[in-house]
Design a protein. Structure first.
Length: 556
């Protein structure tokens, strides 16, 4: 429920503060006084877009603040909790428009995006303008009327549709891949078999290349090894023996001088290294294979790897990746065929499930449409359209392509007069009739999940007399235990309000302003009298008092 509204430097409003209460509140005043500015401010606080022209002339920014009190079961409170913006049962919404076109918004002191503000605003306030009835001409609005009471059935249909759609997308993606013919599969299989027969294990190609270089230069390597071994180990002058003797000679005197001891240690270490080097050379010589047969075998195996690499346009070291790629293509082709064989069965089952959900949605919609049609038609009789009819029809077409909205089409047809067949809404009713039909639809279709605060901006335009009295009673009924605000020029409507606020415009030449005052007792009688006749006289005051008494009796 809206508790207060503060406006600063918006349109022609300099500063304005309103305190509001539950029930039915009418906002009245002379034409041009600024009544609809209050509605505009609420619209901006509900996420409507604005431009810099909304900022009061010669001001840098406009600011609007609204405070709400929420019940425990309000959808707005649930939204706030989910968004981690809640502050108990209170909700404070603030929006600032700058003259340079920038706009910012806060909820309970936390900055929010315009989209977030709109999502919350739709749960806090529902605004109905003078052209509310025109929404009924849009198919989306007809579906909204039907589905507001069938959200679970609609959600089930959507879920089943998206499940079917996902399978259909998968199938199309599979079909869009390059299909492999039987000949392609045979060739890939042959290439993979050829590779697997001749492919060297990882690292073996490099080892063979190293061995080939050794075999090709075997005699040179053997000669070098033997010469080195001769220097190290042959005869009295062998390096190893010479070093061992020198080390032994110095070690006898090492205790006398640390440098001699150090030199002896280094020479002994060198002698040991020579011994180990000789052992390594002997080991290498023992492993040298100079056989031409082995060289030919290694060259054959290396040549085979180079042949395969040329065939697959790769380096020999990349043949393993080539084999992996061939295996993957063959496996994918097998999986694709297998998946295509299965997916059609899954699609058929998903389609059946979707159709069942769509049919259940159709039945719920048809029941809701019949209820709405009957209720609106009944109200039309009270609203001066005797014999008029309102028909909201739903047609089911299970042959159509699946959609998130189901298999239905909807149509709104109206007759405002007895004996006239219902036709398209725009063509068969006057502006006043359309306004009353829109109000009737709103009253009949309102659900418990609707925003607690309903705002009506001159939706009673074009009506008068007894019909205006009925509209006032209906708006009071619509407020129920919640809250309804109505901008009106009709005294008959204002009389039914629980409270009445008069908006006036000051006459300051350079900077006009707007004031709002809640009326009580004589003040309210005078305002209703003014609305009745334009001027206040004993007769108009008497008439106003009578209207207010009669409306009070009806309310209670």
């Amino acid at each position: 429920m809206l508790v207060f509204l503060q406006i600063r430097d918006f349109a022609i409003v300099d500063r304005l503060e309103l305190e509001l209460a539950p029930g039915f509140t009418c906002i009245t005043g002379e034409t041009g006084a600024g009544k609809s500015i209050l509605v505009g401010a609420l619209g901006l606080l509900s996420g409507n877009r604005a431009d810099s022209s909304a900022v009061r002339q010669d001001c840098q920014k406009a600011e609007m603040v609204a405070g709400f009190e929420l019940d425990a079961d309000d959808s707005a409170l649930a939204w706030l909790r989910e968004a981690e913006l809640d502050d108990g049962s209170d909700c404070l919404v603030r929006r600032v428009l700058h003259a340079n076109g920038r706009s910012r918004a806060w909820v309970n002191g936390t900055p929010v995006t315009l989209q977030q503000l709109a999502e919350l605003g739709s749960r806090l306030v529902e605004i109905h303008g003078q052209n509310e009835h025109l929404r009924l001409t849009r198919r989306s609005e007809a579906f909204r009327l039907l589905d507001s009471a069938n959200e679970q059935a609609l959600a089930e249909t959507r879920a089943r549709y998206f499940a079917w759609q996902e399978l259909e997308r998968e199938k199309q993606a599979l079909l869009s891949r390059d299909a492999l013919t039987p000949g392609d599969l045979d060739l890939l299989g042959y290439q993979l078999e050829e590779l697997e027969n001749d492919l060297l294990p990882p690292g073996e190609f490099t080892a063979l290349e190293t061995e080939h270089r050794k075999l090709a230069r075997g005699s040179e390597i053997v000669a070098a090894l033997e010469a080195a071994l001769d220097v190290l180990q042959s005869g009295e002058a062998a390096a190893s023996s010479t070093l061992h003797r020198a080390a032994g000679s110095l070690e006898e005197h090492g205790a006398l001088d640390p440098d001699i001891a150090a030199a002896a240690g280094m020479i002994r270490e060198a002698a040991i290294n020579c011994d180990e080097a000789g052992s390594s050379i002997q080991s290498a010589l023992s492993r040298m294979d100079l056989s031409p047969e082995r060289l030919a075998e290694v060259e054959l195996r290396l040549g085979r790897q180079h042949d395969l690499a040329r065939k697959h346009r790769a380096e020999p070291e990349q043949l393993q990746q080539v084999a992996d790629s061939l295996r993957e293509r063959l496996a994918r082709a097998a999986d694709q065929d297998q998946r295509l064989a299965v997916i059609d069965t899954e699609l058929e089952a998903a389609h059946r499930t979707y159709r069942a959900a769509a049919n259940a949605l159709y039945e719920a919609r048809a029941e809701r449409a019949a209820s709405l049609s009957e209720g609106v038609t009944d109200l039309m009789q009270q609203l001066g359209m005797s014999g008029g009819r309102f028909e909201l029809t739903v047609q089911n077409d299970p042959a159509r392509a699946p959609s998130a909205r189901g298999d239905d089409s909807v149509e709104v047809r109206v007759s405002a007069n007895r004996g006239v067949e219902p036709g398209p809404l725009r063509k068969v009713a006057s502006g006043g009739e359309l306004s009353r039909i829109g109000l009737a639809v709103k009253i009949v279709s309102r659900q418990n999940g609707a925003a607690a605060t309903q705002v009506f901006d001159e939706v009673d335009a074009g009506i008068g007399g007894d019909t205006a009295t009925i509209v006032g009673a209906l708006l009071r009924q619509l407020a129920g235990d919640g809250q309804a605000l109505c901008v009106t020029h009709l005294a008959q409507v204002a009389a039914f309000a629980d409270r009445q606020i008069r908006v006036t415009k000051s006459d300051q030449a350079k900077s006009p302003g707007v004031r709002a005052q809640e009326l009580e007792n004589d003040g309210r009688v005078d305002e209703v009298a003014r609305m009745l006749g334009g001027s206040i006289s004993p007769e108009s005051r008497a008439h106003a008092e009578k209207l207010l008494q009669e409306a009070t009796a009806v309310r209670h």
